[in-house]
Design a protein around this ligand. Structure first.
Ligand SMILES: [Fe+2]
Ligand SMILES: [Fe+2]
Length: 217
């Protein structure tokens, strides 16, 4: 059997390989004006996603029986609601009226699916959202921060100082879960399949998101 530590390292490499060139939400080569529109669209999506992350973690907590992980989730829930408040306030300061009830079908479907996954084994849930999803989020935020610096420095600083450090901690919760529980070939296979399922669904959401953002100009 592959040791959990080696398995987690391999799985992280596989996930990173899947994501190479696939975060299509922001076009690094777009002129500044267009890039700013993409960043704003992405922030509106972020307000929705952060709020639904709160709901998601709340839905999962009663189904996570393993104390080591269960103890970490309320802290994540608290972070996600703070991110929601921060992004919402930033958009309001920029003169927007963020309406998180506005349907964003691809993200709505993704979070509905994740909430419905609450009864799946802890290793699968945490492989999906914290390990695969949050790790990709961190990469996405790193890119967003770099691309926002010259067009909206204040938003870049907000992401860099008040959101990104928390997201790295959330990804680490996923790693902790895999190190603890990916200790049989069957569990390792389940974790790998869960990551693939999540990555594919998130990629589909990214593509739909970009198509909608482009239609809005
Ligand atoms: Fe967050
Ligand atoms: Fe998070």
């Amino acid at each position: 059997m592959i040791e959990p530590r080696d398995f987690v390292r391999t799985l992280a490499t596989e996930n990173a390989a899947f994501w190479r060139g696939r975060d299509v939400r922001i076009d690094p080569d777009a002129p500044a004006e267009r890039r700013l529109l993409q960043i704003r669209y992405r922030m509106r999506q972020g307000v929705y996603n952060e709020l639904r992350s709160v709901e998601l973690i709340a839905a999962w907590i009663p189904h996570v029986r393993e104390q080591e992980i269960r103890d970490l989730l309320p802290g994540q829930l608290d972070d996600e609601q703070r991110h929601y408040q921060l992004l919402r306030k930033r958009l309001i300061d920029l003169g927007e009226r963020p309406d998180f009830y506005q349907p964003l079908p691809e993200w709505e479907a993704l979070f509905d699916w994740l909430v419905a996954c609450r009864t799946r084994p802890t290793i699968e849930k945490l492989a999906m959202f914290q390990f695969a999803g949050e790790t990709q989020s961190c990469d996405g935020f790193e890119t967003l921060i770099e691309l926002a610096r010259d067009v909206d420095g204040e938003t870049a600083a907000l992401y860099e100082t008040q959101i990104l450090p928390d997201e790295y901690r959330h990804a680490a919760i996923g790693r902790t879960a895999l190190l603890l529980f990916a200790d049989t070939p069957a569990r390792q296979a389940a974790a790998r399949a869960a990551c693939q399922e999540m990555n594919e669904r998130v990629f589909a959401a990214y593509c739909a998101h970009r198509a909608r953002a482009d239609r809005r100009g």
